[in-house]
Design a binder for this molecule. Structure first.
Ligand code: GLC
Length: 420
């Protein structure tokens, strides 16, 4: 019993397969192969296009495909709201959500429910030349369910006018906070509101200190001394003000705004922030920041693996068009465009050695390193319960409502029961 329960988290073992098999066929995803030849107008659904890269690409597509036009449906900028919106539309078997942008952590859940079309047979897409981790994140039950679209790795944005050499370790970073204090600004922030971003940040603190959410065999392992050290680091930084109190409400966008307004010395965020902080009219740090690897407990830390993949809804009536469109989003030209225009992380590894790109985007080697070393979040159809276990307990610890030890104990128990 215990074994099979834990097997969910490895995402590969028998019980996981059996379950995915049942619900995939039965819960009304429809015949995955149906419509594989059909063409016509489609809708593409994605979270807020902060970087303004999707509309121009959709326009380009539409100019070349007048009978297979794409309409862009833009969701909010918050990961959890994007997830819930997709779930509602899948549950309603909405034919109007043809191609959907799936966060790397939703693949298993959506695929197991039968909501995504397997990219097999006529819908097969070529994944050679893409980051393995990105392909893995789009795969469930050994089947590809989405085309890797953008990867994501956390990086440390820092103010070059205040910090000459970026910190390599968390303690080094904290010791620099006196500089921020003197400058009258906040020292460090990440994403600490209670949502998916907190799972990302709490996992980074835990992994960066040598702890882990799951063991190599997939068993919950977060209740450990190393994890406690990692989580305590952010709890203590809130207590002593090195993380400003308002950061408990921050998702990505609030942190980006604070950094662009010159109110933070260090910010953990994703690569999309780079081009906005360089070009936004309101950014006062345009020429005053650079990017470094995330600091860890005793050296460079480990990012949580992020990213998004483009999937075809099981309910789409125009799957052949949808397939061409997801290939268009992931081809080399579009990937380069995402990077140069929006500083999004390409999924194509060759672009990280592209001389043009390195010249224009000096952080590219740091980003490549971040993605190659990044730690994936648990792979399970029950991910919503797992992430809730992490968020709720990390948040209680950050607020001082639970001790770090109690939070990790409760987190471990809740992760365990999520898989049963
Ligand atoms: C970014 C990442 C995604 C993550 C989310 C959390 O969008 O790409 O993987 O879940 O941030 O807010």
């Amino acid at each position: 019993m215990k074994k099979s329960r834990l097997a969910f988290f490895a995402g590969v073992a028998t019980l996981g397969l059996a379950l995915a098999g049942c619900s995939g066929g039965g819960s009304g995803g429809g015949d995955a192969a149906s419509g594989a030849d059909s063409r016509g107008p489609i809708t593409y659904v994605q979270g807020k296009d902060n970087s303004n890269v999707i509309r121009p690409l959709v326009d380009k597509w539409n100019a070349a495909h007048p009978k297979e036009k794409v309409t862009f449906k833009e969701q909010s900028d918050q990961a959890d709201q994007q997830h819930d919106d997709l779930v509602q539309h899948f549950q309603a078997k909405d034919k109007g959500y043809d191609v959907v942008d799936v966060d790397v952590v939703w693949t298993a859940e959506f695929a197991a429910k039968g909501w995504l079309t397997p990219l097999t047979g006529k819908l097969k897409v070529n994944t050679s030349g893409l980051f393995d981790s990105a392909v893995q994140s789009a795969t469930y039950n050994k089947t590809l369910f989405a085309a890797p679209q953008t990867s994501d790795g956390g990086m440390l944005y820092y103010r070059t006018d205040l910090v000459k050499t970026p910190p390599k370790t968390w303690d080094e970073m904290m010791s620099m906070c006196s500089i921020a204090k003197t400058a009258g600004i906040g020292c460090y922030a990440g994403q600490f509101a209670k949502y998916e971003g907190l799972t990302v940040n709490a996992s980074e603190a835990i992994n960066g200190a040598g702890g882990s959410i799951l063991s190599k065999s997939g068993a919950p392992s977060v209740d450990s001394a190393d994890s406690a050290k990692g989580l305590s680091a952010i709890v203590d930084a809130f207590k002593d003000g090195n993380i400003p109190a308002e950061a408990i409400t921050y998702q990505e966008e609030q942190g980006r705004t604070a950094f662009e307004e010159g109110k933070l010395m260090f910010l953990r965020n994703w690569p999309y922030v780079y081009s906005l902080a360089k070009t936004d009219g309101s950014s006062v740090v345009k020429d005053k920041f650079a990017v470094a690897p995330l600091p860890g407990a005793s050296g460079v830390g480990a990012s949580t693996l992020g990213g998004h993949n483009a999937a075809i809804s099981a309910y789409s009536d125009h799957k052949a068009t949808a397939k061409d469109f997801i290939e268009f989003l992931t081809n080399e030209e579009s990937q380069k465009y995402f990077a140069t225009k929006g500083s999004l992380a390409p999924v194509r590894t060759s672009l990280y050695d592209d001389a043009d790109l390195i010249k224009q985007l000096p952080y590219i080697p740091t980003l490549k390193e971040s993605i190659l070393k990044a730690v994936p979040r648990p792979v399970t159809p029950f991910y919503p319960a797992v992430t809730k276990a992490i968020q709720d307990n990390a948040y209680s610890a950050l607020k001082g409502d639970k001790t770090v030890d109690q939070a990790l104990k409760d987190m471990q128990a809740a992760i365990k029961s999520a898989g049963s």
